[in-house]
Write a protein that binds this ligand. Structure first.
Ligand code: NI
Ligand code: MN
Length: 226
């Protein structure tokens, strides 16, 4: 499996299928690519905020890719004519050779993308099994049930926000790694804008002091193969 960080919380996972997550590229100061270059079969959107919905609609249309998201946000995005499957926390959807399970996230989720405003339900994270198992936490604070996610779905790679202000900070994200026990962790959602300035090296040293998890700090556009 190849995991490419596209900047902020946007990733492209190339496992048994190609999955884009939170593809916010237009207007993203750290975007590693443009929406027209993203090739994917599935798009997972964690919540309604514009830095996560991003270019999901245009990428879905161009690739004829299905969007997977929370049921209320699905109702909003469906109006664009995209193929959207709305499900909810605890549910799993199998598409092709990939299973996506929706997990909790402690955050908010009003859709604020122009033309797609509305109450978008609750925010989520995803466990994506597509050859390897990846957990994308979405935007979230720290919560104790992360240990249940790690227990039920042994995680190869955890994608975790570390920027603080809107989500977990470095210290909280390091605690999240202790609860999730993934083989590897990749920090996200930091340094896009001044309020979420954070030091990924501090996250790496905290995690590797306390756990056996390896932290891989990617640059936007950089990939990790597991
Ligand atoms: Ni958010
Ligand atoms: Mn965000």
């Amino acid at each position: 499996m190849k995991i490419t960080w596209l900047g902020h919380s946007a990733f492209l996972i190339e496992g048994r299928n190609r999955i884009a997550i939170d593809p916010f590229l237009t207007g993203n100061p750290l975007a590693a690519t443009t929406p027209d270059k993203v090739q994917c079969d599935l798009i997972c959107v964690t919540h309604g905020h514009s830095d996560h919905v991003g270019d999901a609609v245009s990428i879905a249309k161009k690739n004829k890719a299905k969007i997977l998201t929370m049921v209320e946000l699905a109702g909003i995005l469906e109006k664009s004519g995209c193929d959207v499957t709305g499900f909810n926390i605890g549910g799993s959807v199998k598409i092709g050779e990939t299973t996506v399970t929706m997990t909790s996230a402690t955050h908010s989720s009003g859709a604020d993308e122009q033309g797609f405003e509305g109450a978008a339900g609750t925010p989520a994270g995803f466990v994506i099994e597509s050859g390897n198992t990846v957990y994308h936490a979405g935007d979230t604070g720290l919560f104790g049930d992360m240990s249940l996610i790690g227990e039920l779905y042994p995680i190869d790679v955890a994608l975790l926000p570390i920027g603080g202000f809107y989500t977990m900070d470095v210290v909280q994200a390091a605690k999240a790694v202790e609860l999730l026990r993934p083989k590897m962790a990749i920090p996200m959602h930091f340094n896009t804008w001044p309020p979420i300035k954070a030091d990924p090296a501090a996250f790496k040293s905290l995690v590797e002091k306390k756990t056996k998890t390896l932290v891989k700090i990617l640059k936007p556009g950089e990939s990790l193969t597991v």
